[in-house]
Design a protein. Sequence first.
Length: 366
Amino acid sequence: MKRLLILEDGTVFEGKAFGAEVNVVGEIVFTTSMTGYQETITDQSFNGQIITFTYPMVGNYGVNRDDYESISPTCKGVVVKEHARLASNWRAQMTLDEFLKRKGIPGISGIDTRALTRKLRSVGTMKAGFVDIDDDLTHEFDQLKATVLPKNQVAQVSTTKPYPSPGVGRNVVVVDFGLKHSILRELSKRHCNLTVLPYNTAAETILELSPDGVMLTNGPGDPKDVPEAIKMIQAIQGKVPIFGICLGHQLFALANGADTYKMKFGHRGLNHPVREIATGRIDFTSQNHGYAVDDTTVDPEKLIVTHVEVNDGTVEGVRHRQYPAFTVQYHPDAAPGPHDGLHLFDEFMELMDAWKEQDECQKEQI
């Protein structure tokens, strides 16, 4: 069955339908990942977005039980050049087509993804929709232009109730803005006792749990749509070590007086080089974000810019000058992607241990 992809600037692409048989509207973006399509589709940072894969064939190794980054993905659709109808991998449990049908997500193949990506790079991300081949295009374009994309996407993907992931080590509170399972996995590998809390949890509730550290996770949308999280960060910093990833990084920067802005087409892929300013170390990183911290607004009395993106110089990490807190824009947990940034989880462990030791010394002196 044929399906059309329409863009709000009037562009029409014709392709073949797979996945769920539904029409959708969302923000269309592209990712340059060469693998990891299951993790990408189930990443809640893609909430409300239509994902264009620049890699030409998607679906060839199917979908398995191990590579979910969330149980219920909330992306709007999938665009590929070639959709592999057969899955060839010993771990595969179902095809990509079956998976998308079960999750209610439509797909379209046979699209010139190179031309589509070049357009998004030159014009920027925009609204797009999937429509049937025999639909009235004039009406569909009017509907597309009139559609207002939802705000505060974090509320759509964050857990609504606290839940534990028991461990026997450091007590870490994870504030869920749309977390990836791989963040929990890396913390669990380090034997952390985890308590996952909703995005709008009050600072008092967090501190009552006496955490050794607080993790601010990734998530979708504009960080300015989550003012309650900014207030929470302002209340807990200086009282407990903080590690922020992606949206957590942006929220931490906002909480300390910096500003954020929407990027033209964002960073989405697995090969973004990031330089650590202090050492010159280059890490190749997994990234998925459409907003960034404005480096001209970073207050040097509060924050130090620790990492920059090699290609465009955007801020990729900050550290607080006075408090035990640091954040990065990229995904050190990868999944999918290179593992160059995994050492940051170890640095978080060391930061919590040093803070706890300092606190105990102060108590002994008293």
